[in-house]
Each structure stands twice: as C-alpha cells, then as structure tokens.
Design a protein around this ligand. Sequence first.
Ligand code: AVJ
Length: 328
Amino acid sequence: MTPPESLKLVERDARGVDPAFRADVLAGLSEPQKAVPARWFYDDAGSRLFEDITQLPEYYLTRAETEILTERADEFAALIGPGRAVVEFGSGSSLKTPLLLSACQPSAYVPLDIAGDFLRAAAADLAAKFPGLPVCPVEADFMRRVELPPQVESLPKLGFFPGSTIGNMVPATATDLLRSMRATLGEGALLLIGMDLVKDTGVLIAAYNDAAGVTARFNRNLLHRINRELEGDIPVDAFAHAARWNDVYARIEMHLLARRDVAFAVSGHGFAMREGETIHTENSHKFTRRTSNMLLAAGGWEPRARWTDSAGQFSLLLAEATPPRSAP
Ligand code: AVJ
C-alpha cells in the first residue's frame, strides 16, 4: 500500500526545521513568564507519546469522546448526511476517525497536520481501512486558512476537530482558529468538535499528571526537541513536570519547573532561570455548555447539537457556518 501523496505547505529551513518553531521558542523564552505554544509538542516522538497518554487510566478524554462517537453515531450521522468531504484538523486520532467515517458515508477524507511523517502514516492507514474513499492529506498549519485539494472543492464539507484540542488555545486564539476553519471550509459547512468539560479538580490534575509519568515525558520532550532542532543545550533533567488548575480561566496549565538555577543557550541566544521559575508549555481549557456555545458563536459557528458521554465528562458539538449576521 503506497501512502497517498501529501501537499506540502509547511516551511522548512536548510536544517529541516520549521522557522516558526525557532521564532516561537526564542520569543517565548524572552518573556517574563517563559512560554512555548503547545502545538510544538507534536514532533514524531511527541505525537507517539500523546498516543500513549490516550491509553492512560487517568486520561479519560479519549475514552469519553470515543464513547460518544460510538454510542451516538446514528444521531450525528442523521444531522450530517452522506457525501461530505471530511476535513480533519490534526490527524493523530487514528481510532476516532474511522468511527466518524463509517458513521457518515463521506465522499472524501482530508487530514491536515503539521507533523508530516505522522500524517502520511495515518493517511495510509485510513486509506487501507476505507478502500474507495479518496484520502488527500495536506501538510499544513491550520491556524491559517488552508487551500484544500481541488478534488474536494465542490463537495460540502464537515470539519472534524476532536480531542478538545481547541482547549489548548486562549479565547482570542481559539476564536481566530474557528474563523480560519470557517474560511477553509466555507459557508454551509458543518463542524464536529470535541470540548472537555469543567469537573472535579482532582480528576483534572490526575489526567495531566499520571502516575506512570507519561505526561511528564511528553512535556519534557519539548526540551529535547528544542535541543535537537534549535542547537540548544537545555539541561532537561533540571526541569520537573507540573500540572496546575487555573480557576480564573478554567484551565489546566502544564509547566516545566526549574528545580535549580539554570542557564542555557538556544540558537546562540542565552537564557537564565531561577529555581522555581517555569516555562509554561500548555493550557487545556475546560468548558461548560454556555462557554462552548459562546466560543463557537464568536468564531462564526452556530451550535446545532451537543452530546456528552454517560459520565458527563466530555462534550461533542455539531455547529454550522451560518452567514454573518449584523443583528446585535
Ligand atoms: C490533545 C490538546 C487535547 O489538552 O488534553 C494531554 C494534550 N496534554 N496531556 C489535552 C495533552 C497533556 C491534550 N489535547
């Protein structure tokens, strides 16, 4: 089985590194609260570690969303209808995608991802599972509008953004992303999107600080990636994994906590941190019915239906790209 050709839209410098990664890391490490955007977790090693996270007993999100996709398939398939091009934003969810594709009889599948090797492997896998379904992977950063392959131009679209990945973004960025998705998919498109729910803080912290330490490895992998791709010499062992609940913004935050004073260089730039200082590496916002509906509406998407799992831990929402309205 030959993997489908993918359209390459991600930049690479002479060393094969995305220049946006270097720019984000250097800018983020120069701020008073050091921070690196969470999307840079997902090199090939990081994507594999995330797959391991989804198997952890504490990490309920994937199981809860899979339950919804399995148990409520008839309901969302009826609302979606057959013949759409399913455009998945991020292609790592190799187990959820088949559930959606077998439920809604699509005419094409377009996975979008920045991790090229992972994307091609996932696309080949999917193409093998659904013979006859055109699979057109696109290597792209979907934070901006993406030019879809010509084969799907005339088809009605269904965006698929599972996993509560939208929760990684602060509201302003999440709104921009929803608007970009709308621009990518066009008016009349539907969006099926997962959003994790606010719940007991202990349950949330455990999901992001598992006993086996897989999430800690996932977090620290970012430092290994910086060292490898950006000529860094960060002493990775000097950093501890920390997961914290931010009650103002209703989000889990992941940090890399300096256990001692450290100094290091990245791409020839020097940085220093005091013991106890952190690099903020991820936000994972948790939603209520109202905040999820508000976020969708702010991004130009009208909420149409909403499902939760039997334990009420996670939500899946269907929204429609409605024409802009000028009413208040
Ligand atoms: C893939 C963004 C949904 O926020 O729960 C898992 C990533 N980070 N454990 C999440 C993640 C730490 C995950 N998302």
